[in-house]
Ligand binder design. Structure first.
Ligand code: NDP
Length: 312
């Protein structure tokens, strides 16, 4: 088997930035972007609309458009892209091994940039009605709620963004917040609170998603201040309560923290295994921005390049 210099797993801002740097350093990286179904080529930005905070784009641009640009730039310098999911890795020996459904690959160095995905509430009915009212992506599913009443769960920036976006379609949006305050940034809070279509239900926890067997019809809620239970009628429920890292396949192979994030040595992208580096949301609980993902993806490429050079 041919041993690659560098395999990059993931195709969000971190993966593509790592690829741009590695390709320009003539490492001829091989990047696994994930399958269209199941995997998520382009990562979370494929699920957003306008990106207004990526420096260098004063007029903003669409998430998918931005990822297309990242990809083009990575390909321009010779990155080879494989549209498959990595299903297994073996980092216990050298060369490092990376497997997909159709084959096995070997590499001297690997960059993990698999990102993160939406968290769910884990209440009864939530899974049953996924795709039938329950969603974690307003950009993907908002369109189906024209003139309907929808609920959004969460009090962070994501919840404010989802709620605001949903007002384009829905007649009414109610944000269910488990505390009596929001965690979102001031500007996002204000935008949502000023919107006449958006209202807030405070101290409100979703206990169950209710439905008629085919689609959701509402939720059972608990007011955690008064301990009163009640039902709310709604056509949709958008869950926006945070994310979890896509690190399942690395369990037992490299050090992960209690939440499943890849642990990197402070100030570097090095993981607990020699030759394995990580960048982007899979290793970042705190910042989770496109620009920080791109930044740590760049760090991973520079660290990998240095490591490969020292090895020679
Ligand atoms: P956050 O972790 O910031 O917020 C999660 C929210 O969900 C909190 O209000 C939390 O409540 C609530 N929550 C968590 N678990 C539950 C639960 N089981 N039931 C009910 N509510 C729950 O996540 P976000 O996804 O909002 O944001 C992540 C990061 O991405 C942040 O750094 C944010 O700034 C950034 N971001 C930026 C955007 C932008 O600038 N355009 C858009 C979206 C995200 P509690 O407060 O009680 O813990």
């Amino acid at each position: 088997m041919n041993t690659e210099n560098l395999i990059i797993i993931g195709s969000g801002p971190a993966g593509y930035t790592a690829a741009i740097y590695a390709a320009r350093a003539e490492l001829k990286p091989l990047l696994f972007e994930g399958e269209r179904l199941g995997g998520n080529p382009g990562g979370q930005l494929m699920l957003t609309t306008d990106v207004e905070n990526f420096p260098g784009f004063p007029d903003g641009l669409l998430g998918p458009e931005m990822m297309e640009k990242f990809k083009k730039q990575a390909e321009r310098f010779g990155t080879r892209i494989v549209s498959e999911d990595v299903t297994r890795v073996d980092f216990s020996k050298t060369p490092l091994s990376v497997q997909t459904a159709s084959g096995a690959y070997a590499a001297h160095a690997v960059i993990i940039a698999t990102g993160a995905g939406a968290l769910w509430l884990g209440v009864p009915g939530e899974q049953t009605y996924q795709g039938h009212g329950v969603s974690a992506c307003a950009t993907c599913d908002g369109f189906f709620f024209k003139d309907k009443h929808v609920l959004v769960v969460g009090g962070g920036d994501a919840a404010m963004e989802e709620a605001t976006f949903l007002t384009k379609f829905a007649s009414r949006v109610t944000v269910l917040v488990r505390k009596d305050s929001l965690r979102a940034s001031k500007i996002m809070q204000e935008r949502a609170q000023k919107d006449p279509k958006i209202s807030f239900a405070w101290n409100t926890e979703v206990k169950e998603v209710l439905g008629d067997g085919k689609k959701m019809t509402g939720v059972r809620v608990l007011n955690n201040k008064t301990n009163e239970e009640g039902e709310m009628t709604a056509d949709g429920l958008f869950v926006a309560i945070g994310h979890k890292p896509n690190s399942e396949i690395f369990k037992g192979q490299i050090e992960l923290d209690a939440k499943g994030y890849v642990v990197t040595k402070p100030g570097t992208s090095a993981t607990s295994v020699e030759g394995v580096f990580a960048g982007g949301d899979v290793a970042d609980y705190r910042y989770r921005q496109a620009v920080t993902a791109a930044g740590t993806g760049c760090m991973a490429a520079l660290d990998a390049e240095k490591w490969l050079a020292a090895r020679e």
